[in-house]
Design a protein around this ligand. Structure first.
Ligand SMILES: Nc1ncnc2c1ncn2[C@@H]1O[C@H](COP(=O)(O)OP(=O)(O)OP(=O)(O)O)[C@@H](O)[C@H]1O
Length: 875
């Protein structure tokens, strides 16, 4: 090998001393001693330092590498043998942990149980996803496909009551989504929205989303469609939840089954493959997706939903361009597998939350609304930090529920933190209530290596599934699988085992079906009366199949387990009148809150093993929600906001609404949060007939004035005899008012005039012009009316009503022109109907008296109400 360049540069061109020996040359020339004879080149290179001529001169510190290594080993690995022995001993005996166990036995038990519980939850979760019914597997039951095709059929009467019961905050959200849908069908292309509906347990989140789902579906089905691409019956709103229980609770479907999500969410993303066309044709019309129990959705699952919707919709916009309503309470149970909740930022995961979602918080507790003190206490413990103490009043209230286990009612659900506690309670209850217990063996099959067939085993393998007690009357059981989500036969449904059906196989009785009385009477309709012996209204379930951990073994067993007690993780979303809750071994934030908030009143709650330190929230959630953007919903209920700021003593609030039928909508009017703020409520299209007024039409605190259609037309019989029309005005009882029954020279006009004398003096007239009533005749009669009002010399004059003249169109507006020619101003500027037209108008002779005006919202009429707030102090 040649010498280094630096050395060659110092030689003459004729110099022949250009070569030097390499490592190999030195190896070849190594001493012929036994030590070097045996040495390979690698060892030689590693242990023998190559010393060049120059270096040897005057160097006294030459030392072999081997020597250095040995010296360092002695220095740093002095105790290595002892350490190795100690580790081995520790592995064998776990001495340190045992020592800890001696010091704090209770904590150690809890620690071990928590590990066990977390493992169990992870298995549960796998089962959860595993058990989502497959599209093709259910030949004879109602399948998930049908659940999608046929939207949840809510009873219309019940649904109407649910709309009427919406509290103010719920109603604001409902109207916000409703308005978005109206804009969508009117072609106004509103922006995609991402709402997160937050709220403690029982604040009515599920109630609200059922209402939103129904209303949005009703409106969006009017969207123009391309017939060749989509079936009109396909859903426009997807109602989903993470768990089967939550899905059934809202009559929806699980996210997994709807979007055909794979069991493992690990990257890379798995597309729908051959199923894409089928799923796309079902979901192409969908505009909004509602996801309930979002607090249990992990970030990877959320990212999968986003990717799946992008694929289905063929759009790269977030969630494929669909608007999303995520619903849930992050202060309740978190996602499984230690994943961070969606609202907590994690730089290692795809974040679809922070940039998109805006929050709406429901605060009024509806579940415990008859026990307000309890409800308010629940709201406080929901967000209690670990370092905080319970306040004295809250401690006192909770202590009313604290009791001893032996004093608790045995027939109510017991809720524990760990599976071990649950199993022990279930066994104890079984022994207490049932003296004779037999077990239903699992049917286990194993692949025969010779025939390749699955052969039934004489005896079942031991497994992690419970054998079931064959004993009748009163055994409480819970389903452990999603048998049929659309039918409410889901993992976590409670029931009582009532009947066991057997048939003989090879001379041995073999249990083939179990008859259950479901706690939820609406569950399992299609599974009833399947057993011989006539209808008994029981829900019959069959054995379900699952792969066992042993390779090639399949088990067929009834997917139920004892349920005198259950874990806290099974009760999220449940409402009970009574429950026993143990706070022992609670191992996660929010568990205590979820458990104690299931009951409707404090009197139904029995707490055992009270431990205040177990009641705490996850501080990461508190921090994340504090900084989340809020949706501003003030505009949804403008009158509510205004009446909080004005002084009711010297203002007069006038509302007009075309009711499209007073008798059928009077309950909607009574429950409307803003209509009841009107001092003068003018209603058109009352559809009333005759002089009799039913009690139901009475609005509390109001005096009613009315004029039916047939009295309004003297010279136009075809109008007088037609159904519909009619005007009524409700005036608050404290207001001094006189009806102007006979207004001079005015005929053939549907109107009602009142003179208000205090607190604000005004003439108020409600008018209705039917769309088929000639404009010329109407204008002539309206002109006469305005003349007569002028003569009364009382201002301001307010004429409100449905004039069926669209003030948002470019067409001529003769009615507006007539009013303007008399000096009136029209106050309403925004659309008032579901077709984006402005038909409901308020004309005022002295606009300076008007403080506020605008459009309110309703759900039960094609028209929205309009309002104006008048002041007596205006110039
Ligand atoms: N506006 C309402 N009027 C009357 N009852 C209501 C209303 N909202 C909710 N409820 C009732 O209150 C109870 C709790 O409501 P819901 O299940 O919707 O609450 P939630 O917020 O979803 O609770 P959780 O977080 O525990 O699942 C239910 O019985 C429901 O019917």
């Amino acid at each position: 090998m040649s010498r280094p360049l630096s050395s060659l540069e110092n030689t003459t061109p004729k110099c022949s001393d250009v070569w030097m020996t390499s490592l190999t040359d030195k190896y070849k020339a190594r001493p012929e001693t036994p030590e070097f004879e045996e040495m390979c080149l690698a060892d030689f290179a590693a242990t023998c330092r190559i010393v060049y001529g120059k270096q040897t001169k005057g160097c006294d510190h030459l030392e072999s590498v081997q020597h250095i290594v040995k010296r360092n080993q002695d220095k740093y690995e002095k105790n290595s043998d002892e350490i190795e022995n100690a580790v081995e001993e520790f592995e064998q005996n776990r001495g340190v942990i045992d020592e800890w166990c001696n010091l704090a036995p209770e904590s150690e038990v809890v620690r071990l149980e928590c590990i066990e519980e977390l493992e169990a939850r992870e298995t549960d979760c796998e089962n959860e996803q595993d058990n989502v019914p497959e599209y093709s597997n259910q030949a004879n039951a109602v399948t998930e496909v049908r659940a999608i095709r046929e939207p949840p059929a809510f009873d219309p009467i019940l649904l109407r009551q649910m709309y009427q019961n919406l509290n103010k905050k719920q109603a604001c959200v409902f109207y916000a989504v409703r308005e978005w849908c109206i804009k969508r069908i009117c072609g106004l292309n509103p922006d995609q929205f991402f709402f997160y509906i937050n709220g403690g347990a029982g604040t009515g989140k599920s109630h609200l989303i059922k209402c939103i789902y129904s209303e949005a579906s009703k409106i969006l089905c009017k969207l123009p469609r391309r017939a060749e691409e989509a079936d009109i019956s396909n859903p426009t709103v997807l109602l989903t939840a993470f768990t089967g229980t939550a899905a059934f609770n809202i009559s929806g479907t699980t996210l997994h089954s709807l979007l055909k999500l794979p069991r493992s969410l690990k990257p890379p993303f798995q597309g729908l493959g051959n199923n894409l066309d089928e799923v796309r044709s079902e979901l192409l019309n969908a505009e909004i997706i509602i996801i309930d129990e979002v607090s249990m959705v992990s970030k990877p699952l959320f990212a999968y939903v986003d990717a799946r919707l992008k694929q289905i919709k063929g759009s790269q916009r977030p969630f494929g361009g669909m608007s999303v309503i995520a619903v849930g309470d992050f202060f309740q149970l978190p996602p499984v597998r230690q994943s961070k909740p969606l609202c907590v930022y994690d730089p290692c995961e795809i974040d679809l939350w922070r940039g998109h979602f805006q929050m709406i918080t429901l605060t009024e507790i509806m579940r415990q609304k008859d026990d307000v003190a309890f409800a308010e206490m629940l709201n406080r413990i929901r967000v209690k930090e670990k370092s905080e103490e319970l306040s004295e009043p809250d401690r006192a209230l909770l202590s009313q529920a604290v009791t001893e286990p032996e004093l608790c009612p045995t027939d109510v659900l017991h809720i524990f933190a760990t599976n071990k506690q649950v199993d022990s309670h279930n066994s104890a209850m079984l022994a207490l209530l049932h003296s004779h217990i037999t077990e239903i063996d699992a049917d286990d099959y194993k692949k025969d290596p010779q025939t390749g067939r699955m052969a039934r085993q004489d005896k079942p393998f031991k497994g992690n599934r419970n054998e079931l007690p064959d004993t009748l009357n009163g055994v409480r059981v819970m389903l452990t699988r999603n048998i049929d989500v659309s039918q409410g036969l889901v993992n976590g449904s409670f029931s009582t085992l009532v009947r066991v059906i057997s048939s003989e196989q090879n001379g041995v009785a073999h249990v083939t079906m179990l008859g259950l009385k479901m706690d939820d009477e609406t569950a399992g309709r299609n599974y009833r009366n399947r057993a011989p012996g006539g209808p008994d209204n029981l829900v019959y379930i069959d054995r379900a199949e699952e792969n066992m951990k042993q390779k090639g073994v399949v088990r067929r067993q009834f997917p139920i387990k004892l349920a005198f007690a259950c874990t806290i993780h099974k009760v999220q979303g449940m409402t009970r009148t009574s429950a026993v809750v143990s706070l022992k071994h609670i191992f996660e934030p929010s568990m205590a809150y979820v458990a104690v908030s299931r009951v409707t009143s404090l009197s139904g709650l029995h707490i055992v093993d009270m431990d205040e330190s177990k009641i705490y929230a996850n501080s990461q959630i508190t921090a994340a929600l504090r900084t989340m953007r809020q949706v501003n919903l003030d505009d949804m209920m403008p009158l509510l906001k205004i009446t909080q700021t004005v002084n009711g003593h010297d203002t007069l609030t006038i509302v007009h609404h075309n009711t499209e039928g007073l008798p059928c909508h009077v309950n909607d009017i009574k429950s409307h949060h803003e209509l009841c703020l009107a001092d003068v409520l003018c209603l058109t299209e009352t559809h009333l007939q005759g002089s009799f007024v039913a009690d139901s039409l009475h609005l509390e605190g109001y005096t009613m004035f009315k004029r039916n259609r047939h009295l309004s037309y003297t010279n136009v019989p075809q109008m007088a005899n037609k159904c519909g029309g009619g005007v009524a005005v409700y005036v608050k009882e404290h207001i001094q008012v006189r009806e102007k029954q006979y207004v001079h020279d005015v005929t053939d006009l549907e109107f009602l005039a009142l003179k208000v004398e205090a607190p604000v003096s005004a003439l108020i007239v409600a008018v209705y012009r039917p769309p088929d009533y000639s404009v010329t005749s109407f204008l002539s009669n309206l002109g006469s009316l305005l003349d007569s009002l002028e003569i009364m010399d009382c201002h301001p004059i307010i004429v409100c009503g449905d004039f069926n003249e669209n003030h948002l169109s470019n067409a001529s507006k003769p009615i507006l022109e007539l009013f303007q020619s008399r000096g009136y101003v029209q106050l309403i500027t925004a659309a008032t109907t579901d077709k984006n037209t402005l038909l409901d108008l308020i004309f005022i002779s002295k606009p300076q008296h008007c403080l506020h005006s605008g459009v309110m919202r309703t759900y039960y009429s094609y028209h929205n109400p309009v309002y104006c707030v008048m002041s007596s102090n205006s110039p």
